[in-house]
Design a protein. Structure first.
Ligand SMILES: O=C(O)CCC(=O)C(=O)O
Ligand SMILES: [Fe+2]
Length: 308
């Protein structure tokens, strides 16, 4: 049985199976709310100490890698996951990666990794959704998001106009949006007012914008965004080989730094399973045809399992 498969060391001694069980993901109630609203909030996902530690890491990396000066906006698009061990461990952090795995399953990829610093000042961002525009993802994927944004809010956002993200709940189902590319109010708009330590999952199709920051506090946050492996990554072409060697098996797979471009569509057999099933511990669906090789054998994602 595949799940019992073990790796042989050079000396021939069998090692324990190297595969991890998928970390926790959506509960039925969370999935229902995420489908309805296009986002989910998890307060107290991080402790105050964890927020402080992440802010310190961001400060260090912002200064040393991006020559950031306090008071300036920093919103890098060149990837941050490779810049510090604490940023690397977020690639597959068990606090959130199970949600992304529920959506993208065995083809999970990190689309981009970012931290943003939004100091006091005007926002230059207008209403938009993420991802393809002229032909939106929803033309082909009307039900499931092609991008899942995982946000960690690291500073308190107790009121609007603190550089908050603002979302239009339910707008992930629309392909046209009156306020798209415009700075205007939208019925039902919701500024994200949350305490530091809140994790947010956001369907990339959800229309959102960013409010001005009239406080004296700089907003710190992470965005780690996930997608299927066959969608192009946003922040890299390939990863540094030496850095890839420092990653865990799961992190390396999730970066999908393949030499052959079509491997992103058909990953090599050794990259399966990414995870074992949370419920069964198996590397295949209960009704799978085990005569089909593991690397090309269909496995269901969460929403396929949950839909009746
Ligand atoms: O900074 C924010 O709250 C949102 C920025 C944004 O729209 C994006 O990164 O796609
Ligand atoms: Fe955006």
């Amino acid at each position: 049985m595949d799940m019992m498969e073990s790796t042989e060391t050079a000396s021939g001694t069998a090692e324990k199976p190297a595969y991890k069980v998928a970390p926790p993901g959506f509960t039925p109630e969370q999935w229902e709310a995420f489908e309805r609203d296009g986002f989910l909030l998890f307060e107290n996902a991080l402790t105050p100490d964890e927020c402080r530690e992440y802010i310190d890491v961001i400060d260090e990396v912002a200064r040393t890698q991006f020559n950031w000066q306090p008071g300036k906006t920093l919103a890098p698009w060149s990837g941050v996951a490779h810049l510090h061990p604490k940023l690397t461990e977020l690639i597959d952090h068990p606090r959130h990666v199970g949600y992304a795995y529920d959506l993208y399953g065995e083809l999970l990829k990190l689309h981009n990794s970012q931290f943003f610093l939004r100091p006091p000042g005007k926002s230059g961002t207008k209403w938009h959704n993420d991802g393809a525009r002229a032909v939106p993802y929803t033309v082909y994927a009307p039900f499931l998001p092609i991008q899942l944004k995982v946000a960690y809010w690291l500073t308190d956002l107790p009121r609007p106009n603190m550089g908050n993200m603002m979302v239009a709940p339910g707008s992930h189902k629309k392909q046209y949006f009156e306020a798209y590319t415009k700075p205007m109010d939208v019925e039902g708009q919701m500024p994200v007012c949350v305490p530091a330590g809140t994790m947010m999952l956001m369907n990339g199709n959800l229309f959102h914008t960013v409010l001005d920051n009239d406080s004296d506090v700089t907003r710190y946050n992470f965005f780690y965004t996930y997608c299927p492996s066959w969608v192009c990554e946003a922040d890299r072409l390939n990863c540094d080989e030496a850095w890839l060697k420092t990653l865990t098996r799961e992190q390396r797979i999730i970066m999908r730094s393949y030499k052959n471009p079509y491997d992103r569509t058909k990953p090599p057999a050794e990259d399966f399973p990414l995870y074992l099933d949370r419920e069964t511990g198996l590397d295949h669906d209960p009704d799978a045809d085990l005569d089909v090789p593991r690397g090309v054998r269909k496995r269901r994602v969460g929403p396929e399992k949950w839909s009746k």
